[in-house]
Design a protein around this ligand. Structure first.
Ligand code: PMP
Length: 435
């Protein structure tokens, strides 16, 4: 495979930059962190994507998480096509929305009711508003390196693209809005205890990515999550699990099911979903108990709405996706495949004498050019960026598409074959030797 940048991608990138800021509609797509020309994708099927120059890639981004079945699964495609014929959007309730809500409620015991929206950002922003409305409090706590979408109150030292560009926060967010957001260190029990000791009766909610995929892959430690649960209970604050990335991706019951195994009776108060539940269509959700949901319009005074919320084509896509991933053994097989991949990458690094650690859960994985797994954002930041960039481009040249930034998790789909995983490990072996 050629290591030169395919011309057609370059041509499209230059054309795009004239009419689209940075040539992309979401910043990390621009390859700013890793350099080079972003690939413009023509089509995708199963675990593969083809760029505008006809180059094929094994896709480990999966649209940043949604494509858990791979691209163009025939049953999902058929459901979407049938739904599209019936109508694109009605702005009125449909049976399919009930079915999707019922599917989520059935798998996630902390949730009794669900409101469907169109993006993870919208879901996270609405969850915060609901938490504030339900508690009558303003302050929220989030953790450095966690990204919860680009709502003003949450763009405070967030990860993802922001971390990539090295900005601690976004321009255009008034300090008055950000002043209610307390940002603490991930996995730091002392800090959360101190925050509750000082502000306990003012805290509406604590929001967390249970496995932080926006600083690559960092697990919230069990004692940390257990302590937050206790503090929220004692002080009347709500615990919000942002499972936009982890939801229906790391386990059928989402990340919260893993914490429930480790912490008896554990449940978050509000959960936020996106990505997988839409199967690649614009769909997200937030869910909680009836008790909390009674504060949401039209039942209560917390306003939230959407022209395309519960869109019939998107819900058809999400439902077909959930139906397939609810089949027995799905997550065991996906988890085993993902472990084979990360074990192979780790072995390739070991053989080349490159410091490297990995972790994975279900169909989500991460890796760091570090001697041990980091526990928080500052530790993630010590990772070797230049080395990551060489690794990324080495694999891209060999037809393997990883996320174009050190701070992003990777995703394996059910469509990835053993041969795809083996080819990826072999490519990594070659590239590791050059690092
Ligand atoms: N929360 C998390 C944990 C996410 O990973 C993301 C997106 N990567 C969001 C929220 C925002 O979702 P969206 O991009 O759909 O607005």
């Amino acid at each position: 495979m050629s290591s030169s940048v395919p011309d057609r991608n370059q041509v499209l990138f230059e054309r795009a930059q004239r009419v689209i800021p940075g040539g992309v509609n979401s910043p990390v797509r621009a390859f700013r962190a890793v350099g080079g020309t972003p690939r413009f994708i023509d089509r995708a099927q199963g675990p593969y994507m083809w760029d505008a120059a006809g180059q094929r890639y094994i896709d480990y981004i999966g649209s940043w998480g949604p494509m858990i079945l791979g691209h163009g699964h025939p049953e999902v495609l058929e459901a979407v096509q049938r739904a599209a014929v019936e109508g694109f959007s009605f702005g009125a309730p449909t049976e399919r929305e009930i079915e999707l809500a019922e599917a989520i409620v059935a798998e996630v015991p902390s949730i009794e009711q669900v409101r469907l929206v169109s993006s993870g950002t919208e879901a996270g922003m609405s969850a915060i508003r609901l938490a504030r409305g339900a508690t009558g409090r303003s302050m929220i706590i989030k953790f450095e390196g966690c990204y919860h979408g680009h709502a003003d109150a949450l763009l405070v030292k967030a990860g993802s693209g922001l971390a990539t560009f090295g900005h601690p926060t976004s321009a255009g967010v008034p300090p008055e809005v950000a002043q209610h957001t307390l940002v603490l260190e991930y996995n730091n029990v002392e800090q959360i205890e101190a925050a509750f000791a000082q502000h306990g009766d003012r805290i509406a909610c604590v929001m967390i990515e249970p496995i932080a995929g926006n600083m690559n892959f960092v697990r919230a430690q069990v004692p940390f999550v257990a302590r937050i649960r206790e503090l929220c209970d004692r002080h009347g604050a709500l615990f919000v699990f942002d499972e936009v990335m982890t939801g229906f991706r790391v386990a059928l019951g989402s990340a919260q099911s893993l914490y429930a195994q480790a912490i008896p009776g554990f449940r978050p108060d509000i959960s936020v979903f996106g990505k997988v539940i839409g199967g690649g269509m614009p769909l997200a959700a937030f869910g909680t108990t009836r008790e909390v949901m009674k504060h949401l319009a039209p039942l209560g005074g917390v306003y939230q709405a959407g022209t395309l919320s519960g869109n019939p084509v998107a819900t058809a896509c999400g439902l077909a996706t959930l139906r397939l991933i609810r089949q027995p053994g799905f997550f065991e097989a996906l988890g085993a495949k993902t472990r084979t991949l990360v074990d192979g990458l780790a072995e390739a690094a070991r053989a080349a004498g490159v410091p490297f650690v990995t972790d994975s859960q279900g169909g989500m994985f991460g890796f760091f050019f570090l001697p041990e797994l980091p526990q928080h954002y500052q530790a993630v930041m010590t990772s070797d960026n230049a080395r990551f960039n060489r690794f990324f481009h080495g694999l891209l040249d060999r037809g393997v598409y990883l996320a174009p930034a050190l701070y992003e998790a990777g995703f394996v789909s059910a469509a990835h074959t053993d041969a795809d995983i083996a080819a990826t490990i072999e490519a990594a072996r070659e590239v590791m030797r050059t690092l």
